[in-house]
Ligand binder design. Structure first.
Ligand SMILES: NC(=O)c1ccc[n+]([C@@H]2O[C@H](COP(=O)([O-])OP(=O)(O)OC[C@H]3O[C@@H](n4cnc5c(N)ncnc54)[C@H](O)[C@@H]3O)[C@@H](O)[C@H]2O)c1
Length: 463
């Protein structure tokens, strides 16, 4: 029986190992985390993350060949395993050289040193975390300094799952990418991991490359995805000035096979733990490699995202007679996207903070993400009302802003909501998920993204 250990039971480590364990009953999979509360949640019915389909997979494998453990026994687990996935967080560095841009590799390096300290037999070490290109080189240097002659093969196997559809993405990935050294032992290690995935992923979808291509591909994939969102968001600003409709433009260009229809939805902006940090990291690497023009090109993707959020709030202020002070505003959505409880870098929280600056009376409403939002907002949380029920959240409000594309926000009884609000009532659809004409007929003043607003009075836009 093959023995797999994963260090880090987060949004990536937990679901990925659950799907591996489900499809590979002949492997034993252990997942350790230094956060004991998180481990306890993985071992309970209240999983630490919300992800459609996750519970079903956990129910199949947990206790059979999938085990979640605290890191108290990490020495034993490391020595036990043949294959170690490292799926720890790699946030943006907050201090020292590269602060605010470079990846903070302290958690990664700590695990490498733990492996070095406790391993007494050869192991395949797999970078599951997103890392700067050539990190594996540093890891190999650290690991292969051991004095007992243990062989470590470091592979890169970046994760491409998207939160909200993680289980589907893991069950039916577009591709699995495995990078390794072009040496006999590097190639043997690659083949071992290909065999693992081949238990459920068609072989033609398993791509093998050199280590550096694999590491860099993950950063580039996220940069390209974010770039598409920033591109359509830039066009949404132009649509609002010219009475073009961004959805019509997106459809018209997306039918071109060379462009394709995906990731062309204009919105209040992208969020999540990855896009921003990975682009910052890419920008930093380009600068370090003496490529300032390339760095500047990618930096612009982030700048456009910030602009879109700021533009959204400015529109609220101007449309609501240049003052939000004391006005109750219901924010529908806290998660950075639908079907996740994750609020990291959520545009909803960006908008929330800016509205607090405007001294608005903010009510935050979300079906799964309120607890994370409370933690992320930190000391500002005490100024916010957290309400799970959208009807309660909107009661007496001057405005609603849709900030997460949860499907149920599109299916509420807006007639009832309109009647319970202060008038004139405003609705700012930061995700373009509502029926704008129907809302306008109910009496709302409606402000979509990238389309002309529908107003019951002649206001004149100033932004
Ligand atoms: N979240 C995503 O959608 C996503 C998608 C693809 C790739 N990634 C990448 O995967 C990596 C993990 O992301 P995540 O969202 O799962 O992060 P996360 O913060 O949810 O989880 C990381 C976990 O690692 C644990 N940890 C850190 N150091 C440890 C140590 N030394 N020993 C034991 N546990 C330790 C933390 O306690 C935490 O629970 C990051 O590099 C991220 O960029 C994330």
């Amino acid at each position: 029986m093959r023995k797999i250990l994963c260090i880090g039971a987060g949004y990536v480590g937990g679901p990925t190992m659950a799907v591996i364990a489900k499809h590979c009953p002949q492997y034993e999979v252990r997942v350790v985390d230094m956060n004991a509360d998180r481990v306890a949640a993985w071992n309970s019915d209240q999983l630490p993350i919300y992800e459609p389909g996750l519970k079903d997979v956990i129910d199949i494998a947990r206790g059979r060949n999938l085990f979640f453990l605290t890191d108290e026994t990490i020495a034993e687990q490391i020595d036990w395993a043949d294959i170690i996935f490292v799926s720890v967080n790699t946030p943006t560095k907050a201090f020292g050289l590269g602060a605010g841009r470079a990846a903070d590799l302290q958690f990664w390096e700590k695990t490498a040193r733990q492996i070095l300290q406790h391993a007494t037999s050869p192991k395949i070490i797999i970078e599951k975390s997103t890392l700067p290109v050539r990190t594996a080189e540093a890891m190999s240097h650290i690991l292969n300094t051991n004095s007992i002659g243990v062989q470590f093969d470091v592979l890169s196997n970046p994760e491409f799952l998207a939160e909200g559809s993680a289980i589907r993405d893991l069950e039916e990935p577009d591709r699995v990418l495995i990078g390794g050294h072009n040496t006999p032992s590097g190639q043997r290690a690659i083949e071992t991991i290909v065999e693992l995935y081949a238990n459920w992923v068609p072989r033609e979808k398993i791509i093998t490359t050199n280590l550096w291509s694999s590491e860099l591909s993950k950063l580039v994939a996220n940069a390209f995805l974010a770039q598409r969102i920033s591109s359509i968001n830039a066009i949404s600003a132009l649509c609002e000035k010219t009475e073009a409709d961004v959805e019509e433009v997106a459809f018209a260009i997306g039918t071109d096979k060379r462009i394709g229809p995906h990731f062309l939805r204009a919105s209040v902006g992208f969020g999540g733990s990855c896009f921003k940090k990975d682009i910052l990291n890419l920008v930093y690497i380009c600068e370090q490699q003496g490529l300032p023009e390339v760095a500047e090109y990618w930096q612009q993707v982030l700048k456009m995202n910030e602009y879109q959020g700021a533009r959204f709030v400015a529109n609220m202020v101007h449309s609501m007679f240049n003052s939000l002070s004391g006005k109750r505003i219901a924010l529908f959505g806290a998660a950075f996207k639908a079907n996740t409880s994750d609020t990291r870098e959520s545009p909803a929280l960006v908008v929330c903070r800016e509205l607090l600056e405007e001294r608005a009376d903010v009510v935050l409403c979300d079906p799964h993400a309120l607890e994370n939002a409370r933690q992320d907002l930190d000391e500002q949380a005490e100024k916010v009302n957290f309400v799970a029920d959208p009807y309660q959240a909107a009661k007496g409000a001057h405005a609603i802003a849709i900030l997460t594309e949860w499907a149920h926000f599109a299916n509420l009884d807006y007639h009832q909501i309109y009647n319970s609000m202060a008038h004139p009532a405003f609705i700012f659809d930061g995700r373009n998920i509502l029926d704008h004409q129907a809302l306008f007929k109910l009496g709302f003043n409606v402000y979509p993204i990238g389309k002309a607003p529908l107003q019951h009075f002649n206001h004149g836009r100033t932004w």
